[in-house]
Design a protein around this ligand. Structure first.
Ligand code: SF4
Length: 503
């Protein structure tokens, strides 16, 4: 029998899960949507091979992934067939949702557009997303790109593609301002899209944009100021996902703490709906087994939010609380708007009220002017916080940001060495976090599996975001069962625990 690490390695290679990294692209691999779902509006749509085929790839953060998911839904509702970006079907259209968070992300976006055209010379290659929003001229200049969809036109992307293909849409789509997952309004008789075989978790975008002005971040330029999706639109989006069979919905946004939807039915005039009220509404109105939020921001953390987690076990016990630096001096230069005392108070409250909740974070190393002393403070503070996982990003200057103009840029070898020390610390903290749960039983949502001649190993996530591996000959995909956690397993992105399925 193959050893566990072999399975874990192959899980990583075949996994289509999406890494949660705020404001930085996940490790290189674009994730392709490959969905084969029954369509709503079936009676109005062309059948079989007459449907234009569309493939989508995404670079960047979870917000981009949720937008691609919404686009995929919109294309399906408009009669397109979604095909695997890496499969054998030849797409008529290839949409690349780009990223611009660093100059490396820009380069990867260009490379992806070129690669897609080379592999599919017949396809209409469509560029959209943050790189297009910040540098439309650069993208338009790429000969491989056939259609550039700017921020102001993103609501009409499906229509623009249809025009380009001379494909007559079977009905007039209703654009969704923020491309929430669900996108175009379904007809009263529409079937819910069925779950595809890869995913158990759906994303619903609730917010876009930011005006916090962190010195290293291009997001406010790329996406503009904060905008929020209406509360009923979100409730409907989550309901559609639940009807489709998804066991978990993740509410995504650039800066969730800035969620402010206009007051609706019965809400006091002039008092916008904040994140807590939105979560209450979703939990009250939709029967979804798990609800997760992508991140909390220390800048505008609401200390009453945790009441919801104490009242309702459907909320996942995982908080991603971006730190970025564990030195007050660095935080001031970064213009982050909080200090370590405030950050530590938030962590202390989470630990006190929800002791089994995982806390993960992002840290930037080598921000301009970071001294050895500041780097050491970050290391010590991270140790004190006892994170379940840290995502470490060596600072990379982004043209158009304040930080890129700062003197005292840190040499690359120094960044590399500091990043390595933080990574080692992250591994150590992660191990001791997971060790606490040995012998415990937790609910696990099983996602995917890997077969060998003598067993099937399933991989899933606990309610508090620990990856679990367990063997079973049953079909576990998209089921939640309890599992006993037996021992640590895996390393790096595959780190988790070996478990035993109980029911
Ligand atoms: S909070 Fe800061 S890092 Fe996050 S999107 Fe806003 S400006 Fe960027």
């Amino acid at each position: 029998m193959e050893n566990v690490s072999g399975y874990l390695r192959r899980f990583l290679l075949s996994s289509r899960t999406i890494t949660l990294i705020n404001h930085e692209p996940p490790a290189n691999t674009p994730v392709a949507l490959s969905v084969s779902r029954p369509l709503p509006f079936e009676k109005d749509l062309p059948s079989g091979d007459l449907r234009p085929k569309v493939a989508l790839v995404t670079l960047g953060c979870k917000v981009n992934f949720s937008e691609t998911e919404a686009l995929a839904d919109n294309f399906q509702r408009a009669g397109f067939a979604l095909v695997d970006a890496h499969g054998t079907d030849i797409p008529d259209v290839f949409v690349v949702n780009t990223c611009t968070v660093t100059h490396v992300a820009d380069r990867k976006s260009r490379q992806m557009l070129r690669r897609v055209k080379r592999a599919n010379p017949q396809a209409v290659v469509v560029a959209t997303g943050c790189y297009v929003y910040t540098s439309p001229g650069e993208v338009s200049g790429l000969p491989e790109v056939d259609l550039v969809v700017k921020k102001t036109d993103e609501e009409k992307l499906v229509e623009l593609v249809s025009e380009r293909l001379n494909y007559e849409l079977p009905y007039r789509p209703e654009p969704s301002r923020l491309l929430f997952a669900g996108g175009l309004s379904p007809s009263a008789t529409a079937k819910s899209p069925a779950l595809d075989r890869y995913r158990t978790r759906a994303m619903v975008k609730i917010q876009d944009g930011c005006n916090a002005g962190c010195a290293f971040c291009i997001v406010p330029t790329a996406r503009g100021g904060p905008q929020s999706v209406g509360i009923q639109e979100i409730v409907e989006g989550v309901r559609l996902k639940a009807l489709a069979g998804f066991q978990e919905v993740v509410l995504t946004g650039v800066h969730l703490g800035k969620y402010r939807a206009p007051a609706e039915n019965g809400q006091a005039e002039g008092r916008p709906v904040r994140l807590k009220s939105l979560l209450e509404a979703v939990l009250r109105e939709v029967d979804i087994p798990r609800l997760r939020i992508t991140s909390l921001e220390p800048q505008d953390y609401d200390p009453t939010l945790l009441e919801l987690w104490q009242q309702d076990r459907r909320l996942s016990r995982h908080f991603h609380l971006a730190l970025q630096a564990g030195s007050d001096a660095t935080l001031v230069r970064m213009r982050r708007g909080y200090n370590l005392e405030r950050y530590a108070r938030i962590v202390e409250q989470i630990r006190r009220e929800l002791p089994d909740a995982s806390i993960t974070t992002d840290v930037i190393v080598g921000f301009p002017g970071e001294t050895d002393q500041e780097a050491a403070e970050t290391l010590a503070f991270a140790r004190q916080m006892g994170y379940a996982k840290m995502h470490i990003f060596p600072y990379s200057p982004r043209a158009g940001t304040l930080a890129a103009t700062m003197s005292d840029q840190v040499p690359e070898p120094v960044k590399k060495e500091r990043a390595e020390r933080l990574r080692l610390l992250s591994d150590e903290l992660s191990q001791s976090w997971r060790q606490r749960f040995i012998g415990e039983e937790r609910p696990v949502l099983w996602e995917n599996n890997e077969n060998s001649s003598d067993t099937t190993v399933w991989s899933g996530l606990t309610d508090n975001y620990i990856r679990v591996y367990a063997s079973s000959t049953n079909l576990m995909h998209n089921h939640v069962t309890r599992a006993r956690l037996l021992r640590l397993a895996g390393q790096g992105d595959a780190e988790g625990m070996w478990g035993e399925i109980i029911a």
